[in-house]
Design a protein around this ligand. Structure first.
Ligand code: NDP
Length: 273
């Protein structure tokens, strides 16, 4: 049977095997999808081992996305720009193709699942790490009015804005420069939620019909989702839908068939309790 897996560290919490098992059942594809704890140091050896023993495709998560980008022999345009790869696929000639499906997954969850318009909208993107780098290109492809990247370390936001300038109107700033500005959509791509923290945000950043979206997710509402609700966001969502959608994009790349994500999202919501 064709083998797939997710590598990362830590990996115990990963929902990817459950999501891909659902996709395989739904699309009647015969495959196995496992998870493996792999450190950055062990990454190259683990990749060689996996693909030389029947592996067809891999997902890579924290802290391996940049290493997967380096390892890929060929890359999609969106992976090239993001400098991070979350999906590797074995090609017929034995080489590895790298893609980044995070941005497409987020855009689909926003636009298709949640009816949030991006075209012509003012977007605030909090954070300038790997996730922001992965989603910025696909977000700009939706022709927003502008995207402002705000980050604790301002130089990283500046670098990101410079790298993506050719794709649209991208600015950068620190959190202390946000007061008085207004946005239609605020995306939290900082890792703050993982420790129950919130970036230092002033009140009144949201336009009256604005929405909030936290890429992070957990059993409870994240601090940012709660902040969005308190600010009167029309929708204040977490990243469960993005998780399912980025997986569906990877599945389509590997198997040539796009699974429907509704059942996976429902399962993930149930697991949350
Ligand atoms: P990185 O470690 O690459 O980047 C972390 C970012 O968060 C940096 O911009 C960092 O700022 C900022 N940050 C960290 N702690 C704080 C804090 N306390 N206050 C303000 N800013 C902070 O992480 P990733 O970009 O890979 O991941 C970011 C988030 O996105 C995570 O929560 C992750 O779980 C989520 N994610 C969700 C996905 C999904 O499918 N739903 C997919 C991918 C990511 P600085 O530069 O100053 O250090």
């Amino acid at each position: 049977m064709d083998q797939y897996a997710v590598f990362g560290q830590p990996i115990g919490h990963s929902k990817s095997p459950m999501i891909h098992a659902l996709f395989a059942e739904q699309t009647e594809q015969s495959l196995e999808y496992g998870k493996q704890e792999v450190s950055a140091e062990a990454f190259d050896a683990a990749v060689e081992q996996f693909f030389s023993t029947g592996g067809k495709g891999l997902n890579c998560t924290v802290p391996l996305k940049e290493l997967a980008w380096e390892r890929a022999d060929k890359r999609s345009e969106r992976a090239e720009l993001s400098k991070a790869v979350n999906t590797l696929m074995l090609l017929g000639d034995g080489s590895l193709y790298g893609d980044n499906t995070d941005g497409a997954g987020l855009v689909r969850d926003l636009v298709v699942n949640n009816d949030i318009t991006l075209k012509g909208r003012k977007i605030l993107l909090l954070g300038a790490g790997g996730a922001s780098r992965g989603i910025l290109g696909p977000l700009l492809d939706q022709s927003p009015d502008s995207i402002l990247v705000a980050n604790r370390t301002v130089e990283k936001a500046e670098r990101l804005a410079t790298d993506f300038q050719q794709k649209g109107k991208v600015g950068s700033c620190g959190f202390d420069e946000l007061a008085g500005k207004r946005f239609d959509l605020i995306l939290n791509a900082t890792a703050a939620s993982l420790t129950g923290d919130l970036p230092p945000l002033p009140d009144n950043l949201l336009e009256p019909n604005g929405s909030c979206y936290d890429l992070a997710y957990g059993a409870e509402k994240t601090a940012f989702v709660r902040w969005g609700e308190a600010q009167g966001a029309v929708k204040s969502l977490d990243g469960i839908g993005m998780l399912a959608e980025q997986a569906a994009e990877a599945f389509e790349l590997w198997r040539g068939v796009k699974p429907e994500t509704g059942a996976a999202i429902e399962q993930l919501e149930l697991l949350r309790g």
